[in-house]
Design a protein. Structure first.
Length: 215
């Protein structure tokens, strides 16, 4: 069984004047017995070892198959997403705003394909934005090695995870911001490889999973 059907209201027998009360009561009890048996079966499935397979919580997987540049070392950039692989109760607006249809607490995890074309170690920082403003204590710093050669650049893949709380889905959204100390640092998308055949490498992968309702 891959899904549960919601129980419908029982069709109780209408009392019919002149009908023996014992017969009416027997019919009533039969209908109620079937109804409560159905509810019991649903609870047994939900509370069993595979109960989670019947639940559908908000979740998403967002990617980008584009390079994302760092045009200035004095301004912040925002991750953009042009490949929404999975969106269930989560959506992207304006290419960089992540909106949630339901209030609650969400586990957000993302990885970045960061490249450095310069011949010097560079700094890279990434943090969360709440409704466009910086989210307190959300920043993380990485140092990117210098390139190996003119044609072989340096790469790191930072992976960040955290909890994002949504109280009002109508007004609250998440953005991910980043900064680098050189315009030679950027988020790189790689085309599919050969010998052996390899899939593309997205510049950004971000997943969202609903964790809990608000306390």
């Amino acid at each position: 069984m891959s899904r549960l059907d919601s129980p419908v209201n029982p069709r109780l027998p209408d009392p019919n004047p002149g009908t023996e009360s014992a017969g009416y009561l027997a019919g009533l009890l039969s209908v109620l017995r079937l109804y409560f048996n159905r509810i019991t079966s649903i609870f047994q499935l939900l509370l069993g070892p595979s109960g989670g397979s019947f639940l559908q919580n908000p979740h998403a997987m967002l990617m980008s198959d584009q390079d994302q540049s760092n045009p200035s070392i004095t301004g912040a950039n925002q991750l953009t997403f042009n490949q929404p692989v999975i969106t269930q109760g989560v959506r992207v607006e304006n290419t960089d705003e992540i909106w949630f249809e339901k209030s609650g607490q969400y586990l957000v995890t993302f990885s970045l394909q960061v490249s450095n074309r310069s011949n010097a170690v560079q700094e890279f920082e990434v943090w969360a934005g709440y409704n466009g403003t910086n989210y307190p204590l959300s920043n993380t710093r990485f140092d990117i090695p210098a390139r190996k050669s003119v044609s072989i650049w340096a790469h790191i893949v930072p992976v960040i995870t955290g909890i994002f709380t949504v109280a009002n889905p109508q007004t609250e959204y998440l953005t991910i911001k980043w900064w680098a100390s050189s315009t030679d640092v950027f988020l790189e998308h790689y085309p599919a490889g050969t010998s052996p055949t390899r899939p593309e490498i997205p510049s950004v992968i971000l997943t969202v999973n609903f964790v809990s309702r608000l306390p």
